[in-house]
Structure formats: structure tokens, C-alpha cells
Design a protein around this ligand. Structure first.
Ligand code: KG4
Ligand code: ZN
Length: 346
């Protein structure tokens, strides 16, 4: 017999396998986390200096069912209690995404509950709803991760407009590449963040691309090349480089651009709330710069705690809940879409 569902208090099981974390979470009523299990593959990929897609897919296959079991167990529920299953279907690495999508389809079929395909970037933005009970749309969102740098106008829970994104490298990608050349371990973002604390951010003037008001596009490849050239030329001349100064000056160039454009976006969208999301949202200098500018302009700034900034299934469960409430569910033909566009589930 089918159980009666109180949709508002729906219990969602969510899966995330788009890159190098295998994660499963149980979310109730959209915003309450019952469990959020994250099995990170970072130590495995570290020796290659970045994520190796084929290794990531294989590891997801090994991990996905144990991680789901643990998420259910630590939430104190069974598959019979689950009302819907959410899963990241893109953007991400195709082989990695396919593992999550196949597992979610099997679970949805076995439990006879709806399957909900979730856009990974939308999930990142929705991590803020888990962290901040008072947050409601509309707001401007800056999503900065290893694969994306985007500014989005979130008009409502299911109504988004992309304002602009990076033309080349994502902000996190630039952090990771520069860290690698400096001999720091993967992922480089947290390492540069740490190292920059003891450096002088005014020591080196690195370029800020597309720094014109009204443009919401980003470009970080020129900045990345400028930093790499600086390091290489110093090496050729036999000069010692102060890595902390390089880290701090590079980080300042990134945060200046992100901060200015994010503040411009709030003005353009005529909103008084700014939401920060994605792995780079854990960056201490970025949070400090945004907090200072937002307080000058009367904008309320939101960002999740670091564990909800980087990849996790709780954020996917939150996004899935709002799709579920709007009746936007997928079917068992759902496929991985590595370059899916924002808002395309609607
Ligand atoms: O969102 P995420 O976990 O994965 C993607 O969807 O890409 O983001 C990972 C990215 C990596 O590039 C990592 O270096 C960066 O987030 N990151 C940081 C910090 N913590 C993670 N970048 C700068 N500062 C940090 N503290
Ligand atoms: Zn991500």
C-alpha cells in the first residue's frame, strides 16, 4: 500500500558523485540535514596533482552503496521512509556522474519513489538554505568552484537567470594550477588561502581581467599566466621568490574581481542579499572582502560553513526538495549531462 505523503515534510535521499567526492545525504523538509556522508577521494588524486576522471569513476562505483547505507543508517531511516531521491546529473565528469545517476535510478525504482535530477551549480547555491533558516529569494549568487565561476540572479526557488560566467578558467582551477607550480598539494585553494595569510597582498601587481562595470563575465587564464610567468622568470634569473607574497597578491587579484562584480550584480538585480557558494566560498580573504563591501552597501551576505561549500549531497537534497515541491521530477530515462545549463531542469 502506498504511504500518505506530507510533501512539506518530505524526506529526500540525495546522491552526489560529480567529481571526487562520493556523498549521500538525508534531508527532511528541505532544510534539515539528518545525515551528510562525504567520502573524499582527495588523497587518491593528490599524487597526480589533480582529479583523474577514470580513477574517480571507479572509486565512486566502490563507494556509492556503502555511502548510501551509512547516510540512511546515521539518519535513523530506511529506504522505506524515503519520499524521493535526488541526484546530481550535471555538470561534472561524465563517468563520475553516471555512477550516481545509475545508483539513484536503481534506488528510486526499488523504493518506488520519484527521481529528481539536480544541477550541481544550483545545489551549491542551495547549500545556503541549509545553513541559513531566514534566507529566502530573491538574491544574487556568486558560485565559485573548481569548475565554475558564475553570477546568477535567483528570483525564486525555481526561477534563475545567469548574469555571466567565466570565459576560460574557473577561479578554483586558477588556485589549483598556481598551487601546483608552487609545489603545494592538491587541492591548492586551501593551501594558497593558508600561505597568503603570512604574505603581503600588495607586493606584486597582477592583472584584473574584464574589470569593467556592468560586465558579469570573468577571465582568470591571463592572471594564471601572469603568475606562472612571474614564477618562471624568477627561476630563470636564479632569484628567490617569496611564495607567501605571490599567494597573497594572486588571491587579492581574484578576490578584487569577484567582490566588485558580485556587488555590481546586487545593484543590477536590485536585491539586498548576496549568496556565496562553491568550494572557493571557503576562502577566508574572499569572505572578508565581501563582508566589508556588503556592510558598506547595506547588503546582507550569506555563505555556508566550509563543509557545505565543497561538494556534498546535502545541498543536492535541498535543491531536490524545492524541485519536488514544484512537481519537477525526472523519470528513469534521466542521463548524465556533463555540461548541463543552469535552470534547464525547468
Ligand atoms: O565546489 P568544489 O568542491 O568542486 C567543484 O564543483 O569544482 O570546489 C573545489 C574547488 C577547488 O578548486 C579548491 O581548490 C577550491 O574549491 N577551494 C578553495 C578553498 N577551499 C576549496 N579555494 C580557495 N580557498 C579555499 N579556502
Ligand atoms: Zn562543486
Amino acid at each position: 500500500m502506498k504511504k500518505t505523503i506530507n510533501k512539506k515534510a518530505a524526506i529526500i535521499l540525495a546522491l552526489e558523485t560529480s567529481c571526487d567526492e562520493t556523498s549521500a545525504a538525508v534531508i527532511v523538509g528541505g532544510r534539515k540535514i539528518l545525515s551528510n556522508i562525504i567520502s573524499s577521494q582527495i588523497p587518491l588524486h593528490r599524487k597526480f596533482g589533480g582529479v583523474v576522471p577514470e580513477i574517480a569513476s571507479r572509486k565512486h562505483i566502490e563507494n556509492v552503496i556503502p555511502v548510501v547505507d551509512e547516510a540512511l543508517k546515521s539518519a535513523g531511516v530506511t529506504l522505506l521512509d524515503i519520499d524521493a531521491i535526488g541526484v546530481t546529473y550535471g555538470p561534472g565528469l561524465v563517468g563520475a556522474l553516471l555512477v550516481g545517476v545509475a545508483a539513484a535510478k536503481a534506488l528510486a525504482f526499488a523504493a518506488d519513489v520519484p527521481l529528481i535530477g539536480v544541477n550541481h551549480l544550483e545545489g551549491h547555491m542551495f547549500a545556503n538554505f541549509l545553513a541559513q533558516p531566514e534566507l529566502e529569494p530573491p538574491f544574487a549568487a556568486l558560485v565559485v568552484s573548481g569548475g565554475h565561476t558564475s553570477l546568477i540572479h535567483v528570483k525564486d526557488y525555481n526561477d534563475f537567470a545567469l548574469l555571466g560566467q567565466t570565459r576560460d578558467d574557473a577561479a578554483g582551477e586558477a588556485f589549483d594550477k598556481i598551487a601546483r607550480v608552487m609545489g603545494l598539494p592538491y587541492p591548492g585553494g586551501p593551501e594558497i588561502d593558508k600561505l597568503a595569510k603570512s604574505g603581503n597582498k600588495e607586493a606584486i601587481e597582477f592583472p584584473r581581467a574584464l574589470a569593467v562595470q556592468g560586465s558579469f563575465e570573468f577571465s582568470f587564464s591571463g592572471l594564471k599566466s601572469a603568475v606562472l610567468n612571474y614564477l618562471n622568470s624568477a627561476k630563470l634569473r636564479g632569484e628567490t621568490v617569496n611564495n607567501a607574497d605571490v599567494a597573497a597578491s594572486f588571491q587579492k587579484a581574484v578576490t578584487d574581481v569577484l567582490t566588485n562584480k558580485a556587488l555590481d550584480a546586487t545593484e543590477f538585480c536590485q536585491v539586498k542579499q548576496l549568496v556565496l557558494a562553491g568550494g572557493v566560498a571557503a576562502n577566508s580573504a574572499l569572505k572578508a572582502a565581501l563582508a566589508a563591501e556588503c556592510s558598506k552597501k547595506g547588503i546582507k551576505l550569506f555563505y555556508p560553513e566550509p563543509v557545505l561549500c565543497t561538494d556534498n549531497a546535502a545541498m543536492i537534497g535541498c535543491r531536490a526538495y524545492y524541485q519536488y515541491m514544484a512537481g519537477k521530477v525526472s523519470d528513469l530515462y534521466l542521463n548524465a549531462v556533463p555540461s548541463v545549463k543552469l535552470g534547464s531542469s525547468f
